[in-house]
Design a protein around this ligand. Structure first.
Ligand code: NIG
Ligand code: FE
Length: 403
């Protein structure tokens, strides 16, 4: 396959985001793709032997990457939303057996086919929003069988829809009711049975832990990460979402790809992110939906040159939003990110948060995963919400529009 895209208004999302620089839109560009990989970028590339596709001056960005979702689940949490609107806290609902645990109940009862049918429209909504790579976590099964069921459904989406799927085992999401009085036994189950089996089956790329008073302690997280690393799996954390347990520092020092949420992250943890190349993933949807007031320390993250990713965190409890461009908008309006930072957050930095070395940038040698937009300036991506400006997507240089 040899294809050249011409008449592109190109935004490469290469390199790093420097504060003073504006967007680098390169006009009237050509991008050559050979066997799914970007082989040349320039103004006047030789076209002989290439199929030529004119993008008619549309905006070309790397395909968007949603690097943190909980997209596989059954049931809904509408009742809980009403409770929260009446002032009951997320933590209180979870401690009383609702919240994540109520989704665990519905998800355990659902078959693989049912979960798949529920997941497809969610993934399609993200696809229509320009997403080409999607991370999906387990974490509503909390038994070996049900975690495997969720991960299999997540993987199978890739055969059903034109999208790359990355899967993450989140067995350490919350303590299942049957282990209420034996939390260490549940950690044993995760370390000695769930991680080995999931890794043997090749069902997960990484292991995640919710480190929080309503989740797991730093020591418990360490045990789970040790087991993950010994099975060759990457690690990442839900850390400092509701309080500061120092989980981000611990995760970064163990080599985590990313720490996610991090509204309550402290300076020492930020230094650990800098020292270990860990990405800071911001999840403005959850911040907004839980009506939180403590914002992630964006200026400190900038000062320490920590790349920030932005993701939907799509889930039924804290972030019921199947739009990554809406999250870009919220990252700007709620957290003060520049529109350029938001674009890097869903391309370059999101790829790094998933350990994907060949995605997230339009650069020679990278995968030709593209989103093409009926827009004239990249800042419009996080500005006009709900108008579906996506024109088309390409996966490894092939048109992938059938969603
Ligand atoms: O990322 N914080 C923990 N996990 C999810 C919420 C899951 C749920 O409430 O169902 C999150 O916000
Ligand atoms: Fe999450």
């Amino acid at each position: 396959m040899k294809r050249i895209f011409k008449d592109c208004q190109l935004v490469t999302a290469e390199g790093s985001v420097s504060q003073d620089s504006g967007y680098d839109v390169q006009h009237n560009m050509m991008v050559a793709v050979e066997n799914g990989i970007i082989s040349a970028i320039g103004k006047n590339l030789p076209t002989e032997g290439f199929e030529t596709v004119s993008l008619e001056n549309r905006l070309l960005t790397p395909g968007l990457i949603d690097s943190h979702t909980h997209l596989i689940f059954a049931g809904d949490r509408a009742k809980e939303v009403e409770q929260r609107l009446n002032g009951v806290s997320y933590q209180h609902i979870l401690e009383s057996g609702g919240g994540i645990l109520s989704t665990v109940q519905s998800t355990r009862q659902a078959s693989e086919a049912e979960l798949l049918a529920l997941a497809i429209p969610r993934a399609k909504a993200l696809i229509r929003d320009g997403v080409t790579t999607l991370e999906i976590k387990s974490g509503y099964g909390l038994t070996l069988k049900d975690e495997i069921k969720m991960l299999r459904v997540a993987k199978s989406l890739q055969e059903r829809l034109p999208i790359n799927i990355i899967t993450t085992l989140l067995a350490a999401h919350t303590l299942p009711a049957e282990f209420k009085h034996a939390p260490e036994d549940y950690i044993d189950l995760i370390c000695n049975e769930i991680i080995p089996e999931v890794s043997e089956l090749g069902l997960a790329d990484a292991v995640d832990v919710f480190c929080e008073h309503v989740g797991f302690s730093r020591t418990q997280m360490e045990r789970v990460f040790d087991a993950a690393l010994s099975h060759g799996l990457a690690i990442k954390g839900h850390t400092e979402q509701l309080s500061d347990l120092g989980g981000s520092e611990c995760a970064a020092n163990m080599g985590a790809l990313s720490v996610d949420h991090i509204e309550y992250i402290n300076l020492k943890s930020i230094e650990a992110l800098a020292a270990n190349g860990t990405i800071a993933t911001l999840l403005p949807g959850a911040f907004y939906f839980l009506k939180e007031s403590q914002k992630p320390p964006v200026n400190l993250l900038r000062k320490h040159c920590i790349p920030m990713a932005i993701a939907t965190d799509l889930n039924p409890g804290t972030s019921p939003f199947a739009s990554l461009t809406l999250m870009m908008n919220m990252a700007s309006t709620l957290f003060g990110l520049t529109t350029k930072e938001t674009l890097y957050g869903v391309t370059n930095h999101a790829a790094k948060a998933l350990g994907l070395k060949q995605k997230g940038q339009i650069k020679v040698g990278f995968d030709a995963d593209f989103s093409v937009w009926d827009l004239t300036a990249p800042s419009q991506l996080s500005y006009l919400i709900g108008l579906s400006p996506l024109h088309s997507r390409y996966l490894k240089g092939e048109l992938a529009n059938d969603a």
